[in-house]
Design a protein around this ligand. Structure first.
Ligand SMILES: Cc1cc2nc3c(=O)[nH]c(=O)nc-3n(C[C@H](O)[C@H](O)[C@H](O)COP(=O)(O)OP(=O)(O)OC[C@H]3O[C@@H](n4cnc5c(N)ncnc54)[C@H](O)[C@@H]3O)c2cc1C
Length: 360
């Protein structure tokens, strides 16, 4: 198997997944990122991946995206299952489905969302009676209307980011290194190790840092981390509301994560009072037991989005760029990485360059 020397710009979700996969396939991998280290900062800077809820929701995302995104999402869920199984210190991963809830007065909003789902062949939302909901999720207060989205999943983002980082064999991680420009087979570093570095192939997965090469924008998202001992919630829950969408996601360690605002702004400053009040009031309305939970963290970050809100893959034999994962990065990343690597391997074969062997 030919060993390639590979450089990755960005140690976010895509960067860590790529590093893990390529290093496992035996390649020499170097990753460059301006962050001071591999850990999250929760200060609105750095990888969006750390701030994410980790919902893998191909059905619910049909409210915001087309059926092709759902198809990529279903593939990714199955890839995540394999990735998690291969990690010695795996993140929590669950596939119990998720719940859509609507208060009695918001039925019209729910109907609009369900109509978008119903337009896609195979997309099902199963209505639940109050008793069925109570049997599945005793911690919830039946709000009027409830549906199960079967097959939807969730992953624990911070742990997944650490596991991919720790178990990518032999990867050289270069922190404090901002990549300015990438050309075929070369990248230019600012900061700690400034200068040009040559590689067989470079990977551009800088998220929002991919500007100005791509016309990216940041879409602000805010979340609330609650410590709620014995909360008992098993599945992610989305509350449909005419003004905002709110979700509650159970995490290990007695944590419930509330999210997320979606604001067309690149403001990275702390969460606003309005967002905090709306998220917490909505969550409390369906799960009153949260009243005595403790607020651990108010977080925010920017989702990297392109004008059409769709992911973008650009591949040459010596340069691979993936970006624009917007609000579905965890949902899409494994399938996009698989597609980008397959296209890259084909192009290298066509160009008679040493080809990568890529294992899953
Ligand atoms: C509040 C919130 C909730 C979310 N919830 C979900 C969810 O439930 N489900 C889901 O599927 N998705 C969710 N997302 C979206 C998901 O987090 C993103 O789509 C995903 O993180 C994008 O991955 P990425 O690797 O492209 O970018 P990032 O994860 O942002 O990583 C980019 C990396 O590139 C680095 N970088 C930047 N500039 C440079 C440079 N010049 N040189 C080198 N490195 C650079 C950054 O430091 C960072 O480490 C959420 C996002 C937010 C903000």
């Amino acid at each position: 198997m030919p060993l390639l020397d590979l450089g990755i710009a960005g140690a976010g979700l895509l960067g860590r997944l790529l590093a893990w996969r390529l290093a496992r396939a035996g390649h020499r991998v170097s990753v460059f990122d301006p962050a001071p280290g591999p850990q999250p900062r929760f200060d609105g800077q750095g990888a969006a991946a750390f701030s994410a809820a980790g919902m893998l929701s191909p059905l619910a995302e049909l409210d915001n995206a087309g059926p092709d995104i759902a198809t990529l999402g279903w593939r990714s869920i199955s890839l995540w299952r394999d990735i998690v199984a291969a990690l010695p210190d795996p993140p929590a991963f669950g596939q119990l489905g998720s719940l859509l809830l609507a208060h009695r007065n918001d039925f019209a909003t729910a109907q609009r969302v369900l109509a978008r789902l119903a337009a896609v062949p195979g997309a099902t939302a199963s209505p639940l009676s109050a008793q069925q909901l109570a049997d599945m999720e005793p911690a919830l207060q039946p709000p009027g209307h409830a549906w199960l989205l079967p097959g939807e999943a969730q992953i624990e983002p911070v742990k997944a980011m650490f596991s991919l980082y720790h178990h990518a064999p032999g990867v050289q991680w270069h922190w404090g290194c901002r990549v300015g420009t990438l050309h075929d087979g070369a990248l230019q570093i600012d900061g700690a190790e400034s200068g040009w570095r040559r590689f067989d192939t470079v990977f551009d997965v800088r998220g929002l840092g991919g500007r100005p090469t791509l016309p990216l924008r940041g879409v602000r998202g805010e979340t609330v981390w609650l410590h709620a001992p014995g909360h008992g919630l098993l599945r992610p829950v989305r509350l449909l509301h005419p003004r905002h969408r709110v979700y509650l996601v159970p995490r290990p360690g007695d944590i419930v994560l509330l999210g997320a605002t979606e604001i067309e702004s690149e403001d990275r400053s702390p969460m606003s009072l309005r967002s905090a009040v709306e998220l917490m009031a909505a969550a409390h309305s369906v799960m009153p037991a949260l009243a005595e939970s403790r607020i651990l963290r108010l977080d925010r970050n920017l989702r990297p989005a392109l004008p059409d809100n769709r992911p973008h893959i650009d591949v040459t034999p010596q340069r691979v760029a993936v970006n624009g994962l917007f609000r579905h990065g965890w949902l899409l990343a494994p399938a996009l990485v698989e597609d980008a690597l397959a296209a890259w391997a084909r192009l290298r074969a066509d160009a008679a360059l040493p080809g990568p062997e890529i294992e899953r």
